[in-house]
Design a protein around this ligand. Sequence first.
Ligand code: BCO
Length: 571
Amino acid sequence: LMSFRVLWGIRKPFHLAPGYFRCQPLSGVGAPRWNDYSVPEEFNFASDVLDYWTQMEKEGKRGPNPALWWVNDQGDELKWSFRELTDLSRRAANVFTQICGLQQGDRLALILPRVPEWWLVTIGCIRAGIIFMPGTIQLKAKDILYRLQVSKAKGIVTTDTLASEVDSLASECPTLKTKLLVSDQSHQGWLDLRSLIKSASPDHTCIKSKTLDPMAIFFTSGTTGFPKMAKHSHGFALRSSFPSSRKLLQLKTSDIFWCLSDTGWILAVLGCLLEPWTAGATLFIHHLPQFDPKVVEQMLFKYPITQCLAVPFVYRMILQHSSTSLRFPTLEHCSAGGEALLPEDQEQWRRQTGLLLYEIYGQSETGVSCGTLRGMKIKPGSMGKGIPPFDVQIIDDKGNSLPFNTEGNIGIRMKPTKPIGLFMGYEDNPVKTAEVECGDFYNSGDRATMDEEGYIWFLGRNDDIINTSGYRIGPAEVENALAEHPAVAESAVVSSLDPIRREVVKAFIVLTPEFVSHDRDQLTKELQQHVKSVTAPYKYPRKVEFVSELPKTVTGKIKRSDLRKKELGQM
Ligand code: BCO
C-alpha cells in the first residue's frame, strides 16, 4: 500500500481518489460500493495532514490565510499558521511525554473552553499517541469524577474554574498523575501548560500510529446508567480525507470555516479540527463563553467567514434576534447538525440570508453519517443521504434492510468489514457494544425512513434518550441529580415539545411529604438550580411538573414511555 505521506506528497489534496481510495462499481451501475476503500496501515492526522500543510506553507503553496484564527470578546485576536501549529503541538507532545511521563495509549481528559490550547492538546496527543477525551466545560465534579475513574485517565487538562473541583476528587482517582492548567494564575499542584509548552523543545518525532489504533474517546449518554465511552481510531481522522467526505462541505484552502460546537463533543473534533484542516482551510473560532446570537451575527458580518456549521438552534436564534438584514458579505455555505433541522427554519434562513441551510446527521459513535452534500438537492425535512464509506440503511430490529418509505432504525453496515470512521466500540463495555450490533449493522437507535432517492427522513427516537439543542441526555443522569434533593421522592425525566428549543428536558416529580406544601414556582427554580449545580447544567429540566404519582408497570418500573408520548403529542 502507498503510504499516506506519499499520497499527500502528490500535492493534489483535493483529488485523492484516483487509484487510491478505489471505488468499485456496484453491480455495473457505477455507484461507489460501500466500504471499498484502500486504507493505509498507518495514519496520523498530525504528521500526515497538518505537517503536509506546514510543508505547503514553507514552499509558498498555500496562500496567506492562517490555519487558526481565534478571537474573543475582549478584542484579542490570535492567528496561527500551520507552521506555528506544528511547532507548538510538537512542544505540547513533548510536555506530555517528557514532563508528564504520559505514554502512547494513556488517556487524557481534556476539559477546556474554546481556547487555543485546546488545539495544541488535541494535536499534541495525536502526535504522542495519547488518547484524548474531550468534555464540555459545563461538567461538574461528579461528572468529572466518573469520567476520570471509568477511563482510568492518567492526566487532565482544564482551566482554573474547574481546578478546585478536580482537586476535591483527585484522591478518588488513583490513576490520575498529571494535572495541567490553562490559566493566567498558578494553582498549587497543577502544572502550567502554557509556560511548559513555551519552554519545551519543538523537536518531536510523531508516533507511527496504525490507522486502527485508538485516538479519542467521547462520552455519550445512553438510555440507562452513566455515559458510555465511544472509542475512535486514527481512522476516524482519515475519513475526513475520503473523497466522499470531502464532497460534504467542499472546503478549499481559501475558505474560512467557523464551527460553533462546544469543545466537548465529537462535532468539535470534526468541525473544529479534522474537516477544515484536512482541506488546508482556515478555522475561525470565537471564544464565546456564553452563547449569544447577536455576537454570532456580528462575527459573520465582521470577519470574512465563508462557511459556518452549528446546531439548528443557533440559526433559529439568529433569525429570532435579528432585526436587520442578514445578507452576510462573505458567507457562502451553512450547515446544521446535532439535532433535526426544521423545514421552516431552513426556509426562513434562505429568505433572510439568501443562503441554503444544509443538514448533516451523526452521533458520537459515527461522526457524520448522513448529510446533504454541498450542491446536492435539498429536500426540506430530510437530512440527506448516507455518506460513503458508510452504507446507511433503514433496518428492522433483526438487522434486515427495510423497503423504501418504511419506518425503522438508521443502521450502518459493519459486517463483514467495519467501515473506517465508525467507532471501535464502547470501551470496557462489550455488553453495550453488542447491544448496538444488529445483524450486519450498527444500530443507531434513531428512527427514520428512506425514500426511493436514498434521502433519509428522521423521525426521532423510540427510547428514552433526550435530544435537545444538540445535546444527547440520558434521563437517568437528570433523575439521579434530582434524587439528591430532599424534596424529590421520585422522578421521571422525558423529552417534551418546546416552541423555541423544539425539545427540552421535562421532569415529573413526586414530592416528599415535607415539601408538598411548598411554593411550586419557588421549588421549580430551586430544583433547576440544584440540577445545574450537581451535573452539567445543559441537562437541567427546563420544564417541571409536580405529580402525586408516576405511571408504573405491575412490577413497579416507571413507564417513561407513557409520559414521553404524551409530551411529544404521540398519544
Ligand atoms: O438556559 P439557561 O440560561 O437557564 O441555562 C443554560 C446556561 O445559562 C447554564 N449554564 C451554562 N454553564 C453554566 C450554567 N449554569 C451554571 N453554571 C455554569 N457553569 O446552563 C444552561 C445550559 O444550556 P445550553 O448549553 O443549551 O445554553 P445556551 O446558552 O442556550 O446554548 C445554546 C447552544 C446552542 C449554544 C447550546 O445548546 C449548544 O452548544 N448546543 C450544541 C451542542 C452540540 O454541539 N452538540 C453536538 C453533539 S455531537 C453530534 O451531534 C454528532 C454530530 C456529528
